[in-house]
Design a protein around this ligand. Structure first.
Ligand SMILES: Nc1ncnc2c1ncn2[C@@H]1O[C@H](COP(=O)(O)OP(=O)(O)OP(=O)(O)O)[C@@H](O)[C@H]1O
Ligand SMILES: [Zn+2]
Length: 782
C-alpha cells in the first residue's frame, strides 16, 4: 500500500542520484521542460549543470525560473511520478518513444528569444514561491527577533520592579512589536491571511498601556503591563511562525502545481495543415484557439480534442495513460504520451480547472470558503467583541483601576485576534483541495467546494457510473413457443439497429456474434427510457422494451411475469419483445459493475453520505444491484426526462443532493443537483458543473464529496481546537480568575494544538494509511 501524493514517491536527485522526496527537495528546477529535484541548490544542481558549485547561485538567479528552457543535458531525467493511485481504465503497453509511426517530437527550444518573457505568463504566484521549498526569508528572521525580544521582556521581570528594569522591558517589547510590524510590511500577504491591523493591535495597545502605567509611576502595574506586552508580542510571533509551518506542505505543493501548469503552449496554424508546427511557444493562449501538444509535452490549457486520438496521463500526477478521442476534454497539466494532440482551448490562465480554486488568488478556496472566512472574521472582527466584553465584565466586577480594565480588554482581544485562529481553517481547506487535485478532482468555486462538503445524499446515475454501460445478452427466451429464440433476437436486433443506447448496442452485438440476421424492421421509433416500437418485415406491430412500454401498448405480460421477476432478481435488465399484441420473447441483459463501484459506495458511507441509485431499470433489477453494492436507497424506473424532477424532489425533502454522472447522458439529473459531479468532464466547457473529474473513475466522483467533507470537518475541528482555549482564557481573565497575561498564553496553547492536529494529519498521509477505507486511502488499494 502506498501513500498518496508527491510526498510518497521518492525521485532520484538529478545531481547525485540519491533518492529524495520531491516536495522536500532542497531545490527544484525545470530544465528542458522537465522537473529536476536536487538535494541542494549548490553542490547537486551545479553538478547537474556542469558548473563549479560556487557559481550556481550567481549565474542563475534562483528566483526567476528562466532556466525553463536551458540547454538539454544528458543527465538523469526523473519524472515527478506521484503515486500509482489512478485506476487503470485502459491497459496501455506501448512505450511512448517506440512508436515509429509518429513524428519525432521537435528539438527542444534552446533559443530564449522564442519564449515570451516570463512576465507574460498566466502565473500569478510570486516567482520566489515557485522555487519550491525556498528557505525562510527575512520575515522569518524578523519573527525570530520578535520572539527573542518578547521573551526577554517577560524574563526580565525576574529582575524586579525597578524603573530601569521596567523601562528596559518596555524597550524590548517595543523592539519585538516593531519586528512584527516590519514583517507585516515586508512579507507578501497570502490571500488567506487576515488583515494585519487587528493582529498587531494587541501588541501595540499593550505597549501603550505599559508605557502609560510606567509613566504614572505605578511600578507593580507597569511591570505587569510590560509582562503582558512581552507575552503578546511573543505569542503573536510564535503563532505566525507555527502557522507558517502548518501550511508549508500545502504551500510547497501549490507552488509545485502552479509551476507545472506554467508551461507555454503552441498555437496550431490556422490553415490546419498538419505538417507545419508553429514554432513559437507562448503563454498567452486564449479560449477558442487551436492548440498543438506534441508527445512528451504537458498540456498548457484546458482543451477539447479536435480530431484523432491520443494517449495522455490525464492530469498532473496521474500515472496511468488514458485514451482521449475527438470531442473529449483534456485538462492543463495532463501529459501527452502518444500521438499529437490538436485541440481547441476551452479555458486558459486562471480559468483552467486546476488553477481556479487552487492558484488564482482571487478565487482560492482556502481564502474564500465559508469556513475559512469565518475563521478570519473571528480573528479580525469578533475579537473586538471580546475586547468590549473583557472591558465590561472587568468594569462590572469592580475594584480595578482603568489600566487594569484596559489590560483585561487587550488580553481578551489578543486571545482571539491571532494569525493561527485566522488561518487554521484555510490550511485544512487547502489540504483538501490539493488532495482532490492529486486525484484529478477540480471544484469549480469555493462555493461548489462548500456545497460538496455539505452534501448528504449522492445519487448515482447508474449506467456508466456504477454499471459498465456495456450490457451483455445473458438470457434469450421465447415464451409461448410461437417463435424460436433466435427469431426473437432477429426481431429485437432489427428494431434496435439504428439506436445508440447501450441496450440497443448489446442486442445488435448479440445478433452479430450469433450470426443472426436482423429482421428488416420498418418505422422504428425510440421511446426514451422505455424502448422501441416498430413494424416487422411481415407488417405486424413490434414492441421491444421495458414492461412499461408493453403495458402502455396494452400487451399483457401476465403469463411471463414470474420469469421476468426471476431475471430481475438476478440483476438483469429485462427487454421484452412483443409481436402484434402478444409477448413472444424475453431478453435478459447483464451489465457488469464498474471497477471501484463498491469502493465508491464505501467512500460515501464513510463520509456519512447516503448513496442512492437512480435508474431507468425495473425495481427488482435495481434492488439486485443495490443489494450487491450495499445501497439501500433506489429510485427505479425513472424516465430520462423525469430525472431532474426526481432530484428536485429529494432537494425539496430537505436533502443536500449531489448527482454523479456523465455530462452528456445524465444532463437532466446533473442540472438539477445541488452539486453536479461530472466524470471525465474536467476541461470541457459546460459551465454549471460544480465538480469536474479528469478521470472517468466513479471512486473519484465519490471521493470528490468525501474529501471535501473530510476537509471541512477537519477545518472545524482545527478551528475549535484553536478557539476553545482562547475563549476559556479570555473568560477567566475577564472575571479576574487569572491575570491578563494568561489569555494570550491559553490562545497560543490552543493554536499550537491546532498546528499539531494539522501535522498529525500530514503524517498520516506521509506514512500511508494502514487500515480500512479512509479518505486518505487510495481507491486502488483493496
Ligand atoms: N433502446 C432500447 N431498447 C430496449 N429497451 C430500452 C431501450 N432504451 C431503454 N429501454 C428500456 O428502458 C429502461 C430505461 O432505460 P434508460 O435509458 O432510461 O435507463 P438505463 O439504460 O437503465 O440507464 P440508467 O441506469 O442510467 O438509468 C431500460 O432498462 C430498458 O428496459
Ligand atoms: Zn543530490
Amino acid at each position: 500500500m502506498r501513500a498518496l501524493g508527491p510526498v510518497a514517491d521518492p525521485v532520484p536527485c538529478s545531481g547525485c542520484g540519491k533518492l529524495l522526496d520531491p516536495l522536500r527537495a532542497g531545490h527544484v528546477g525545470i530544465f528542458d521542460s522537465k522537473f529536476h529535484f536536487f538535494c541542494d541548490r549548490h553542490a547537486c544542481r551545479a553538478c547537474f549543470l556542469g558548473e563549479p558549485p560556487g557559481e550556481a547561485e550567481n549565474t542563475r538567479p534562483a528566483r526567476v525560473p528562466l532556466s525553463l528552457f536551458a540547454p538539454r543535458r544528458s543527465g538523469a531525467e526523473p519524472e515527478p511520478s506521484r503515486g500509482n493511485h489512478d485506476a487503470p481504465i485502459i491497459p496501455f503497453h506501448a512505450p511512448a518513444s517506440s512508436d515509429a509511426a509518429l513524428p519525432e517530437p521537435p528539438a527542444p527550444f534552446d533559443d530564449r528569444t522564442l519564449v515570451e518573457p516570463i512576465a507574460h505568463t498566466i502565473l500569478t504566484e510570486e516567482p520566489s514561491r515557485i522555487d519550491v521549498p525556498e528557505p525562510r526569508d527575512i520575515g522569518a528572521l524578523l519573527l525570530v527577533i520578535a520572539t527573542i525580544a518578547g521573551t526577554l521582556a517577560v524574563a526580565l521581570g525576574l529582575a524586579g520592579d525597578a524603573t530601569l528594569v521596567i523601562g528596559a522591558r518596555i524597550v524590548l517589547a517595543s523592539v519585538g512589536a516593531g519586528m512584527l510590524v516590519g514583517r507585516a510590511a515586508t512579507t507578501p500577504r497570502e490571500p488567506s491571511d487576515p488583515h494585519p491591523a487587528p493582529i498587531l493591535a494587541p501588541s501595540i495597545l499593550s505597549l501603550v498601556l505599559a508605557i502609560g502605567a510606567a509613566l504614572r509611576a505605578a511600578p507593580s502595574l507597569g511591570a505587569e503591563a510590560a509582562s503582558l506586552a512581552g507575552i503578546i508580542v511573543t505569542a503573536t510571533a510564535v503563532g505566525a511562525w507555527l502557522l507558517e509551518g502548518a501550511r508549508h506542505a500545502s504551500l510547497a505543493e501549490r507552488a509545485f502545481v502552479a509551476q507545472s501548469l506554467a508551461v507555454p503552449g503552441r498555437r496550431a496554424p490556422d490553415d490546419g495543415s498538419p505538417g507545419e508546427i508553429a514554432k513559437n511557444k507562448v503563454f498567452d493562449l486564449c479560449p477558442g484557439e487551436q492548440v498543438l501538444v506534441e508527445p512528451g509535452e504537458v498540456v498548457p490549457v484546458d482543451l477539447v480534442v479536435g480530431s484523432g486520438e491520443v494517449f495522455v496521463l490525464p492530469w498532473l500526477g496521474a500515472t496511468t495513460p488514458m485514451r482521449r478521442r475527438a470531442g473529449e476534454p483534456v485538462v492543463a497539466g495532463a501529459k501527452v504520451v502518444r500521438g499529437r494532440l490538436r485541440g481547441t482551448c476551452t479555458f486558459a490562465g486562471n480559468d483552467r480547472a486546476f488553477a481556479r480554486v487552487l492558484i488564482d488568488p482571487r478565487r482560492r478556496a482556502d481564502a474564500l470558503a465559508p469556513i475559512a472566512r469565518a475563521s478570519r472574521a473571528l480573528a479580525e472582527r469578533w475579537s473586538l467583541a471580546a475586547l468590549v466584553t473583557g472591558a465590561l465584565s472587568a468594569f462590572i466586577a469592580g475594584g480595578r483601576t482603568y489600566v487594569e480594565i484596559a489590560m483585561t480588554a487587550v488580553a481578551s482581544h489578543a486571545a482571539l485576534a491571532t494569525t493561527l485562529i485566522a488561518g487554521v481553517a484555510g490550511v485544512h481547506v487547502a489540504r483538501g483541495i490539493l488532495h482532490a487535485q492529486r486525484r484529478g478532482i477540480a471544484y469549480k468555486s469555493e462555493g461548489a467546494w462548500d456545497r460538496a462538503a455539505r452534501v448528504n445524499v449522492a445519487v448515482f446515475c447508474a449506467r456508466g457510473t456504477l454499471l459498465l454501460g456495456e450490457p451483455e445478452l445473458a438470457e434469450l427466451e421465447a415464451p409461448g413457443g410461437k417463435l424460436e429464440p433466435l427469431d426473437v433476437l432477429s426481431l429485437a436486433a432489427g428494431a434496435e439497429r439504428g439506436e445508440e443506447h447501450p441496450i440497443a448496442t448489446a442486442i445488435v452485438r448479440a445478433a452479430v456474434t450469433r450470426s443472426v440476421r436482423p429482421d428488416g424492421v420498418r418505422n422504428a421509433h425510440h421511446v426514451p427510457g422505455l424502448g422501441v416500437t416498430a413494424v416487422t418485415s411481415s407488417g405486424e406491430d413490434l414492441c421491444v422494451g421495458s414492461r412499461a412500454l408493453l403495458l402502455a401498448n396494452r400487451i399483457s405480460i401476465a403469463a411471463a411475469e414470474q420469469r421476468i421477476a426471476e431475471l430481475e432478481a438476478l440483476g438483469r435488465t429485462v427487454v421484452l419483445v412483443a409481436v402484434g399484441a402478444r409477448l413472444v420473447g424475453i431478453l435478459g441483459l447483464q451489465d457488469g459493475l464498474r471497477p471501484g463501484a463498491r469502493a465508491a459506495v464505501q467512500h460515501l458511507l464513510d463520509a456519512q453520505i447516503e448513496p442512492v441509485i437512480m435508474s431507468g431499470d425495473a425495481r427488482e433489477t435495481c434492488e439486485a444491484i443495490g443489494h450487491s453494492l450495499d445501497v439501500d436507497h433506489i429510485r427505479p424506473e425513472v424516465l430520462p426526462t423525469e430525472r431532474g424532477a426526481e432530484v428536485r424532489r429529494l432537494i425539496d425533502a430537505g436533502m443536500s443532493v449531489a448527482v454523479l454522472g456523465h455530462p452528456s447522458v445524465d444532463e437532466g439529473a446533473l442540472g438539477a443537483a445541488d452539486v453536479a459531479v461530472a466524470l471525465g468532464a474536467a476541461g470541457s466547457s459546460p459551465g454549471d458543473l460544480s465538480v469536474a473529474l479528469a478521470s472517468d473513475d466513479v471512486r473519484d466522483a465519490a471521493l470528490a464529496l468525501a474529501i471535501a467533507h473530510r476537509a471541512r470537518l477537519e477545518a472545524r475541528v482545527g478551528l475549535a481546537i484553536a478557539v476553545l482555549p482562547a475563549l476559556v482564557g479570555a473568560i477567566a481573565v475577564a472575571f479576574g480568575v487569572l491575570p491578563p497575561a494568561y489569555a494570550p498564553l491559553a490562545s497560543l496553547l490552543g493554536g499550537a494544538m491546532a498546528v499539531l492536529h494539522v501535522r498529525a494529519l500530514d503524517r498520516v498521509r506521509e506514512s500511508g494509511p494502514t487500515r480500512g477505507h479512509t479518505w486518505e486511502n487510495g481507491p486502488s488499494d483493496p
